[in-house]
Design a protein around this ligand. Structure first.
Ligand SMILES: [Zn+2]
Ligand SMILES: [Zn+2]
Length: 226
């Protein structure tokens, strides 16, 4: 229940919707007792944002902080962030299915304003080192591209008294990677490989790669001057 308050203090009952002020014959409407008429019910989510500055700030924190912002590629996420003028600093969780290495540099740059970022989960495929033609990044390239963001997060976390490691912001989730399940040895010539996806083979390789990257990122964070 939302109780907007007038500037003078008393509660403004007009937009308070309760069960008794609704009727099936008036869908989407509420009864306004002050004018004795059925009026259009104001949209409830935006009402929270409009009540007052404090409620607006709190609702915004929940909206941006508790939701996962999901994108197909890092390229799209970069476009979103560079054109979005909302409070990006409140965003905590991002998900990217396909990591495109060609646009990785501007992507990591675009994340720098996200000082409260806790997790960016990305699919393994774009990181895979077993792919013949377009391999994923080496750990050292990843460290180089992520360092400006990691510095910002390290500073932000320590100011807030958080003990989480900024290196753990990156999470690479397993995907059905045929390159990692290949057993024919034609890894450098995938076009001739007919291996089917084999989870037993693929998952440990994907996990190993993620752990190698995470170890390098943790080393880089440990080496940063406070
Ligand atoms: Zn792979
Ligand atoms: Zn194969």
């Amino acid at each position: 229940m939302i109780n907007p308050v007038n500037y003078t203090g008393p509660r403004r009952q007009r937009y308070v919707a309760n069960a008794r002020s609704r009727k099936a014959q008036h869908p989407g409407q509420i009864y306004d007792s002050s004018i004795r008429r059925w009026i259009q019910e104001p949209p409830r989510v935006t009402v929270v944002l409009l009540t007052c500055k404090l409620a607006h700030a709190e609702a915004e924190e929940v909206l941006y902080g508790c939701n996962t912002f999901s994108f197909q590629t890092n390229t799209r996420l970069t476009k979103f962030l560079t054109s979005f003028d909302g409070p990006t600093n409140l965003i905590r969780t991002l998900k990217v299915d396909d990591y495109i290495i060609a646009t990785a540099q501007p992507f990591w740059q675009a994340l720098i304003p996200l000082v409260n970022l806790r997790k960016v989960s990305m699919g393994h495929y774009g990181f895979c080192r077993n792919r013949g033609r377009t391999q994923g990044p080496t750990s050292s390239l990843l460290v180089r591209q992520m360092t400006p963001l990691l510095k910002v997060l390290k500073c932000s976390y320590s100011k807030q008294g958080l003990t989480i490691n900024p290196a753990d912001v990156l999470e690479i989730f397993n995907t059905e990677c045929e390159s990692c399940s290949c057993g024919c040895g034609k890894l450098d010539r995938k076009e001739y490989c007919n291996c089917k996806y084999d989870e037993q083979r693929s998952v440990p390789k994907q996990q190993e790669l993620f752990e190698a990257h995470r170890a390098s990122l943790r080393d880089a964070v440990a080496d940063m001057k406070p």
